[in-house]
Design a protein around this ligand. Structure first.
Ligand SMILES: C[S@@+](CC[C@H](N)C(=O)[O-])C[C@H]1O[C@@H](n2cnc3c(N)ncnc32)[C@H](O)[C@@H]1O
Length: 284
């Protein structure tokens, strides 16, 4: 079979199954099987596939039809211009989370050797991106999932920042060394924030991701509620806390970071949605 033929069939099957991106999904999976990029498919639509390639492609398309996200099938996801390894132990990094990294880099730009904590690091997308884009940053990357930390560590090595990304296993800021109390410049948190009752109604693809990465308790804010007092302990005066939220939680999330200890505002993402709580811890 030729590239063009298998693509047409896969796209039709994905479209029939209700996929919102049948063309891209079919192309990305075929490029993955061929060890090529998508442009190579356009360059050689008449290329004949081997039987093994056809069989492997059919297997991946079948899994995609079952709702397995493309990133888990290819094992890769692009974030902040970097190629990240992913697997079902970690949340697939989302484009909207780039806002947190951009804000973090802007806040850190005048500090030569800032101390940063990325709590709930997952694949390490946030921690590794900060370390790659700020050559002096030292980032403590915490996760409660050992399997996720293995992925974060692999991504730190892949991008040459393993010496400055320190992976720590545990609950919220508990594993952060006590000598960092009152000294941390910035804490980034993209922790679970989906209300538990919403979980069964999430899109099928999302339900393939770890529940531990998504479920934020009855109102979705349980994990952030526990984080804020811990963050206050570790931040230096004037240090910042960034928390990604669901736009529908914005008012409630603001109330977790109260005056007079905090100055706080919410930043909108590119689609205009309230996405990021930016807290500044009081000056002494
Ligand atoms: C929404 S995912 C975010 C992953 C990554 N930061 C990103 O933006 O792609 C949340 C992560 O928080 C971790 N997590 C959940 N509860 C935690 C806790 N109590 N302490 C530390 N990490 C936790 C999960 O294992 C998961 O990796």
């Amino acid at each position: 079979m030729r590239v063009r033929d298998v693509l047409v069939r896969a796209q039709a099957a994905l479209r029939t199954a209700g996929s919102t991106s049948p063309v891209i999904d079919a192309e990305v999976l075929l490029a993955h099987v061929l060890g090529a990029d998508r442009a190579a498919l356009y360059a050689a639509p008449e290329r004949e596939l081997t039987q093994e390639q056809v069989a492997r492609y059919r297997e991946l398309v079948a899994q995609r039809l079952d709702g397995v996200p493309v990133a888990y099938l290819t094992g890769r996801k692009e974030f902040m211009g970097l190629d990240f390894q992913v697997n079902p132990a970690v949340l697939i990094p989302r484009p909207e989370t780039e806002l947190m990294v951009e804000r973090a880099l802007a806040l850190l730009q005048d500090l030569p050797r800032p101390l940063v904590v990325d709590v709930g690091t997952g694949s390490g997308a946030v921690a590794v991106s900060i370390a790659r884009h700020h050559p002096g940053a030292v980032v403590y990357a915490v996760d409660i999932s050992k399997a996720a930390l293995e992925v974060a560590g692999a991504n730190a090595r892949r991008h040459g920042v393993a010496e400055r990304v320190r992976c720590l296993e545990g609950d919220l800021l508990a594993p952060v060394p006590p000598e960092l109390v009152g000294r941390v410049d910035l804490i980034c948190a993209n922790l679970p924030y989906v209300p538990s009752p919403d979980f069964p109604h999430l899109p099928r693809d999302v339900r393939h991701e770890p529940r531990l990465a998504l479920d934020g308790g009855p109102d979705g804010l349980g994990v952030y509620r526990r984080l804020v007092p811990q963050a206050a302990r570790f931040l230096r005066p004037g240090g910042r806390l960034l928390m990604e939220i669901d736009p529908r939680q914005a008012r409630e999330a603001l109330s977790l970071v109260p005056a007079p200890d905090w100055e706080v505002f919410i930043e909108r993402d590119l689609s205009g949605k309230e996405r990021l709580v930016v807290g500044r811890y009081k000056e002494g």
